[in-house]
Design a binder for this molecule. Sequence first.
Ligand code: SF4
Length: 461
Amino acid sequence: MRAHVVTFGCQMNEYDTHAIQSELAGLGYSLVEDYHDADLVLVNTCAVRGKPVEKANTLLGELRKQKQQRGGHLTIGLMGCLAQLPEGQRMGKKFNVDIMLGPGAITEIVPAIEKGRFQSFEFKSELQFYSPPPPQGAISANLTIMRGCNHRCTYCIVPMTRGDEVSRPAADIIQEARALYAAGVQEVTLLGQNVNSYGLDLGTGMRRKHLDGYPSFGALLRMVGRTGIPRLRFVTSHPINFDDEIMEAIADTPAVCRYIHLPVQSGSNRILKRMAREYTREFYLERVSRIRQLLPDATITTDIIVGFPGESEEDFQQTFALYQEVEYDTAYLFIYSEREGTAAQKHFDDIPKAVKTERLGRLIELQKQLSLQQNQKWVGREVEVLINGAAVEEGFVQGHTRGNHVVMLEGHLPPGIHQAQVLHATPNRLYCRAVGADAPLSQAHIKGGRSLPILPTKGLS
Ligand code: SF4
């Protein structure tokens, strides 16, 4: 039996996909690259934004056709947040989907396939965590430390699909981190909707207490940082929970990469209030200035939603000005898309598409300028690069720095950690050459008639 799993969405979905694939392998399925060759196709979809939902809709339509052409001999599954929502349930019926499983029910995949029935599970907290075996040959891996979210941003469906925060015991996290490191993984990303409030779901009161076995997120970073993993990352952070203790843990723990993704969503207090983000523009800027103080070389990135209902030109200009003030390294910029069942639906989506697109265009231009400016600061400096990708440009291998800058490194170095010097920067990439033990030999170093190629400098100035 052959299976194919498609992922539309975030890192949480990717992690879930890896767990689904492990479950399928245990059932004797071989995984195939092309869904046309599969007997079972699972579509694991995030539903936070409209794009992945549209993609899932299109794919499910194609799969339904395939199923008809094969006389019904194709099993189709819809998984992830979308399967949990009324929108997903309607799609499941429309496209004749066989298996429907929400994100809390990954481990139910085996009985669901065996029964082959259309089913939809309610959110089940006891099914939330699992430890899939380390991905074979992987240099980077994700590790879920908590699920769900206690915030209630008005545009977001996550609390509806993944429920309230549930933290995983620290001992299990450490054990999984050690297993990943032993399997050769060099970089682990701790995942959660709001990792900063790790462990707080277990306490009560205004100053919620951490119970035994559930340290604060700052303490957890220090603990995982001692497992030997060379690089440790985490996403996503909520500004309200990004406290000094976390920043101090990052500063004190060499393994933790100084890459802070701090979603702001809007620079206008009026819109932040409508979004129920729980902080003001001033609070956010104070957190950023504290990061700059404690972690001066940190990369800071963000998420911004353009065209939230009621966003005036003045509101947008405050977002634009905040972007300039923070000087983000880069940002994920989105046009607001209404999600069924969210509180924001009660606001009329009153910003014309053309206005949203024009505002997005202005931010993209600013992003290009600032990303270039920020990347140029690295030219001439030495950086650590983790090579983990195939070359997308001839003569280079791809990797990323500790600050998460995408790197094009000259030559054909193997996956792993290398030292490099930045030669040239674009808004999206740093072009580098290896230094130290990995440095290419120049003609001056060639002895005994053994000639090594001078590595190309294509694309460099
Ligand atoms: S913090 Fe807000 S946007 Fe993030 S998952 Fe929670 S509710 Fe959604």
